[in-house]
Structure formats: C-alpha cells, structure tokens
Design a protein around this ligand. Structure first.
Ligand SMILES: Cc1ncc(COP(=O)(O)O)c(C=O)c1O
Length: 464
C-alpha cells in the first residue's frame, strides 16, 4: 500500500515536470509542504524524492532542498507528433538499457576505483578482452585476448586501418559500392587511393573481385558482409568462403565490418573471419547499435601480422579507450544483462523489419515504380526509385512532411555510378508507425511522379 503511495507522488512530480509546471532548476516544495499538499505522510514524500533522485529527475542540495533536473523528450519540446524517422542509424533512446548500465557503471567504479580514472592499456582492459574473447566465440569468432583490441567505436578502427601500412606492402583500398559513409569519409580525409566494386542485393561479382586482387595493389577489401549499410543485404556463405579464399591467394587483407553481428538471426551465418584460415581478416564488431553509442565501444580482432602496428596506431590515436565505458561493459557482459538485452533487441528489430516487409508487400504494387529490398534482419532496407524521381528530391519532399529517409548517393566514391535509392532504417521507428510511414512515402512518390509527367517540356531545354 505504502509503495503505491510513494509511486503516486513520483508520478505527480514527473507529470508537473513534463507539463513544464516545474522548470529546470526550480526548487521542489519542501517535504513537509509536499506532504501537506498531497495529504500523505512525510515518509512517503521522502521515499518519492529519493526515487526521483535515483531516476535523475531531481537532485538534492544539502541544507537547501530538492531541485528539478529536466531532460525534456522530443514530444515535450513540441516537435511534431507525426514525425516518422526512417533515417537514423543510432538506437532508439527509449529502448536503451540506461538503468542497467547505470548499475554497471556504479559497480565498475566500486570494483576498479582508481583504475577507471587513469590511462590504461591501449589495447583495452585485459579482463574485458577475456570476456570479449568468450562473447566472440559464441558467434564463431575464435580469438585469444592477445589478438583482441578494444577500440573507441569501430569508426576509430576503420580510420586507423585506412591510414596504416599493411604487411603486404600494398596501398589501395577496395570498397563495396555503395558503402558505409563513415569509411568513405576517412578514405577521403586521409587521401588514400580507393577503388569501388559494385555490391547489389545479390552480392558482388567475384570474378571482378579476383581481377582487382590480382591486378591492383589492394592492401585491403572493406566489406560489410551482414546487414550491409545502406543496402541491408548479406552475403551468402559460398560468397564469404570465396572472398576468404581469394584473400589468401592474392595476399590481400579483408576488413570485415560486422557492425551488427550481434543481431544475426541465423546461427549458421558465420562471418568471413570464420572461413579465413590464413590470417588475412580483421574482424570488427561495434557495440553502438545494440547498447549505447555514446560509450564509444567496439572490438577489433587482428591477425598476428597486423597486431603490433595496430597497437601503435591505437596508442597514438587516443592513448586508451575510455576506461569507464570499458569497466561498465565488462560488468554488463559478466552479469548476463547483455545477453538478455541482445535477445530483446534481436526480437524488436526482427518484428520491425518484418512489419516493413509486410507493409511493402501490401503497398508497393508493380506499378508503384518502387522496388524494395527488405532483408530478414538488421536495421536497414532499401527502396530503389524510378529514374524520373531523384532520391534527393524525394527525401526533401518527405522531410517537409516530417518523414525522414536517407538518399544513398552519399555512400559512393566520387565518380562511381550511383543507384537512385533511399535507405530506410527501422532502428527508431516503432512497428506501429511503419505501415503509416510507408503509406505516406508511397503517396508522396505517386504525387511527385504525376507532377513530373505533367511537367510541360520547354523545347529550349537542353539548348540554353
Ligand atoms: C557499417 C558501419 N560500420 C561502422 C559504424 C560505426 O560504428 P561505431 O559507433 O562503432 O563507430 C557504423 C555506424 O553507423 C556503420 O553503420
């Protein structure tokens, strides 16, 4: 009975904060005043204030009182309620394990104390690397802790690998086209020479891959075999085997960006790393899409031939990955919270993706002009558009109607032929909004196609 009373008080205070009746920094009524206002005991208010403090709605100042800490959500800030976000690549804050992580951070601080507030091993906490070694093994990535490096996001590893010398003495990077924008940006900023190879939902032309490996000075091939960004598709097993085989034959390294590996729905879908017996694969896994991207945590598994150079570059880049994040992740993995959370995330994203698939089947007729490729899992899907409807123009029209999508033209090397497509992400779009979001996209596409058909062509176009 008492417990529901204090929760009731908590809800009342949260409601006032949400409505803006209590503003950031405002002092809350004293315990006595609040108990009088709500007609409850002082003890109930004390418990409620303690609960609100624990959830970071308020903070206390000794001998002064309690004050509001306010984090308004998008809705409270008056952002349009009908907004549908198919563009974001960072997880939905509403499903992130803040509470669990907070608990792990506190435990990590208690257990490691001063170790968390100083420089640590550039390769990562030895105890975390041991835990990661076990975690990776459950995904068929077998590596001892000595070959594992904790990095500050897989973006850091990609940037370092792009700029690092490789033992094969070669200098060009071969990238799938389209490819993850962050990798292309690193290549461009570092001034590294890159060649593109076309990737489609079917895979890549393995003969063309072999020609590149044989004839060009390829230091590594950058690939996202599972749940590609931006295409959403994955390689089949034979394709991965062939890539590993060619890497060995031509002494070319593979940088395998398995950023969503933890979300794999198929236990038999092994990474290229597992197929590689010759030590030519660098395996990368990010924790950003399944936990909190702000922790900046990812893992790189390196072949022995690259380990020393990678360590040097890592130490030069940031001395060490934030110890606090590492300590918390170790706790999070160690107590089973991570595995439980992963199961929920897999299921959540699976449901959203299958909702999108069903919506596409229902709404995209052959005459819609749109071709969808919707994978089984992962977070991205792709809509191929008719040529008369440029993806950027569509994205701009959608944005004006509060629907956010990403045109994929950002994901190409300069000069590489681009597909006219948009990427749809389901990472922040609840299943209840997906059908509606797609309906509005189709509606706007049809409107734009009709108006492009009705456009009167001026005979002087092309002459002036
Ligand atoms: C394919 C791919 N690789 C790497 C990254 C970078 O992830 P992290 O947050 O670990 O740096 C992303 C981020 O979206 C991505 O999509």
């Amino acid at each position: 009975m008492e417990s529901s009373k204090f929760q009731h008080v908590m809800e009342q205070v949260k409601g006032k904060i949400a409505e803006g009746l209590i503003k950031p920094g405002d002092k809350l009524p004293s315990i006595r005043e609040m108990s009088r206002q709500l007609g409850c005991s002082a003890n109930t208010v004390i418990r409620a204030y303690a609960g609100l403090e624990q959830e970071h709605w308020i903070y206390s100042v000794p001998k002064s009182g309690y004050y509001a800490v306010v984090r308004k959500s998008g809705k409270e800030q008056g952002s349009p309620v009908e907004q549908i976000d198919f563009s974001s690549a960072s997880p939905d804050p509403e499903v992130m394990p803040y509470g669990d992580f907070q608990h792990c951070l506190n435990r990590a601080i208690e257990q490691y104390r001063d170790q968390l507030f100083t420089y640590t091993d550039p390769q990562g906490f030895p105890s975390l690397r041991e835990a990661l070694s076990k975690h990776l093994a459950s995904n068929q990535v077998f590596a001892p802790p000595e070959r594992i490096c904790v990095v500050s996001g897989s973006q850091q590893a990609l940037h370092m690998l792009a700029g690092m010398p490789f033992p094969n003495g070669k200098s060009v990077i071969l990238v799938e086209q389209p490819a993850y924008f962050g990798m292309l940006r690193s290549i461009e900023l570092l001034g590294v020479t890159a060649i593109g190879i076309k990737r489609t939902v079917e895979g890549i032309d393995l003969e063309e891959l072999e020609r590149h490996f044989r004839s060009n000075s390829i230091k590594f091939f950058y690939t996202v075999p599972r749940y590609h960004n931006p295409l959403g598709c994955s390689y089949r097993r034979e394709q991965k085997q062939k890539i590993a085989e060619l890497a060995e034959k031509y002494d070319v390294y593979i940088v395998e960006d398995d950023y969503l590996g933890d979300l794999s729905l198929n236990p038999k879908d092994d990474p290229i790393y597992t197929e590689d017996a010759s030590g030519h694969t660098v395996y990368l896994k990010s924790f950003s899409k399944v936990t909190l991207p702000g922790l900046r945590l990812a893992v790189a598994v390196l072949p022995p031939s690259l380990l020393e150079t990678f360590r040097l570059f890592k130490a030069a880049s940031d001395s060490s990955t934030a110890a606090l994040s590492q300590g918390a992740l170790e706790m999070y993995m160690g107590c089973g919270m991570f595995d439980r959370h992963l199961e929920q995330m897999r299921e959540r994203y699976r449901v959203r993706m299958s909702t999108l698939r069903v919506a596409c089947e229902r709404q995209l007729s052959a005459s819609s002009g749109i071709r969808a490729s919707i994978p089984e899992g992962g977070i991205f899907a792709r809509l191929l558009l008719p040529p008369e409807l440029p993806a950027r123009e569509l994205a701009a029209s959608l944005r004006a109607r509060h629907i956010f999508v990403m045109p994929t033209d950002l994901c190409y090397l300069r000069g590489f032929p681009k597909e006219n497509a948009i990427r749809l992400s389901i990472i922040r779009t609840h299943e209840t909004r997906i059908e509606e979001g797609l309906r509005r996209i189709v509606e706007i596409v049809q409107e734009m196609l009709v108006s492009s058909e009705n456009r009167v062509v001026d005979w002087r176009e092309g002459f002036i």
